[in-house]
Ligand binder design. Structure first.
Ligand code: ZN
Length: 446
């Protein structure tokens, strides 16, 4: 691994910067899920972290409630500047080590912007799809080659930047058979050319330097999902369209993760992902129980075990016909009320939003306005999460939302665990304090 070779000599590293419109008073630097250091913002909203040594590679910094990645290598001295109102879009790095970091954030934004366009390619025949997505990839790889020629990228930084481009492209290849089938309304998986999956020869299942690289991690999710589907289709002879196969299909995923992924952190994170994903879809209690048993069997020492257990307990409490949990929220004039009180004698739909996610907020606000017209039988209640209280009030005010229908949650962790909010478009339908459907979705349930 290229990144470890640089470890021997790692002089002091500086990580500093300025946060415009801070949403918290400090910044935390992580490598994986380990806190490396943290720093308070000073009166001019600047922070500075000095590290005596660093294991070169991908880190991330967290400024409540958002985070982004930063590459730190030996002798780097990075200054960042960002404005929390457009967190990712505003982020700029300068100083020693700026090149790879600006490149990575640029690629992050390019990938975000490309999503819709790539989505529109899934209806193409396989060979055309390959050539279109390969040419997108080639353009980015060329940009990386020019950067590498112009600047002094370390081998470690170069490899991460390259993997960032490649795995993002491989994701679309893993997804293609399924999106193509859905978009074209085909009954079976489209016949694929022999070399369709050739890139799989390049997959490294245990590159520690990539464990927290988003495209690499997301690739593993799609890849294992694809393998699980094909394995089931080829061996189990069941009807793949039957939703009651959820448990069965997810067991394939657990089995494949167990056999393919040996790197401890990646393995734990993927097991966690598949568990959360499965648990959040309604299934019979005995199935959930069977799934958890298999999860414990294959990943008993998972570092996320407490989270999975809590989620499982939370989900059991959010089943239909159970009473809403005792959960306190705040009104715009600083009164505290429980969710039960809000729903008394009413049909209520709770939905969620955060001041940190402007695009989602705009979309969901529009959607709710439409639903309010179509479904006058429900009262739609917005629950705000992850936003400073004053900022929340000001957003409610300036967006012209009905103050009686907006409430603020104080503790993000508590709210997301108690109400099981893992999906930004999740909603909870209830009637007079009793749950009707705690896993509804504002886009698909009405
Ligand atoms: Zn199967």
């Amino acid at each position: 691994m290229a990144c470890d070779e640089e470890k021997k000599e790692s002089p002091t590293v500086f990580f500093a910067g300025e946060i415009v419109n801070p949403t918290s008073d400090h910044i935390v630097l992580y490598r994986g899920d380990v806190v490396i250091d943290s720093a308070l913002l000073d009166e001019s909203n600047r922070f500075s972290i000095k590290l005596d040594s660093v294991r070169p590679g991908l880190h991330h910094f967290y400024h409540y409630p958002e985070y982004q990645f930063v590459y730190l290598g030996k002798g780097d001295s990075i200054q960042l500047r960002l404005n929390t109102i457009e967190f990712d879009e505003s982020l700029v790095f300068s100083g020693i080590g700026e090149e790879v970091n600006n490149f990575l954030i640029e690629m992050f934004l390019v990938h975000e912007n490309e999503k819709e366009m790539v989505y529109s390619l899934y209806h193409l025949e396989p060979n055309l799809f390959i050539s279109k997505t390969d040419s997108l990839r080639a353009t980015k790889l060329q940009a990386l080659e020019s950067l590498a020629k112009e600047t002094q990228l370390s081998e470690c930084a170069y490899n991460i930047a390259k993997a960032n481009i490649n795995y993002e492209s491989y994701i679309s290849r893993e997804a293609y058979p399924f999106y193509h089938k859905r978009n074209k309304g085909e009954k079976d998986i489209h016949h694929l050319p022999k070399d369709f999956y050739d890139y799989r020869k390049q997959i490294n299942y245990k590159d520690e330097d990539l464990t927290y690289l988003r495209p690499y991690y997301n690739f593993m999710i799609y890849h294992l999902g694809n393998l699980a589907y094909m394995e089931c289709k080829d061996n189990c002879g069941g009807d793949m369209n039957i939703a009651s196969n959820q448990l069965h299909y997810n067991r394939h995923k657990l089995k494949l993760t167990d056999s393919l992924i040996k790197q401890a952190e990646l393995r734990d994170n993927l097991f966690r992902h598949f568990a959360v994903n499965y648990l959040l879809k309604p299934d019979q209690e005995e199935n959930i129980h069977a799934f958890i048993a298999e999860f414990k069997d294959r990943s008993g020492n998972n570092r996320h075990m407490d989270e999975i257990t809590n989620l499982y307990e939370g989900i059991k409490k959010m089943q239909p016909e159970k009473e809403l949990p005792d959960f306190i929220v705040h009104t715009t004039d600083d009164q505290k009320v429980s969710l039960k009180e809000i729903t008394a004698n009413k049909n209520v739909v709770f939905y969620f939003w955060s001041g940190a996610e402007q695009k989602h907020f705009r979309n969901i606000t529009k959607r709710i306005a439409k639903l309010k017209k179509e479904h006058p039988e429900y009262t739609f209640i917005g629950l705000n999460m992850r936003t400073d209280k004053l900022r929340w009030k000001s957003i409610v005010e300036t967006s012209g939302l009905d103050k009686d229908e907006q409430f603020w949650t104080e503790d993000f962790e508590e709210a997301s665990h108690t109400l099981v909010v893992y999906d930004a478009n999740k909603s909870i339908i209830c009637k007079d304090g009793v749950i009707v459907d705690a896993f509804a979705n504002v886009w698909s349930s009405f």
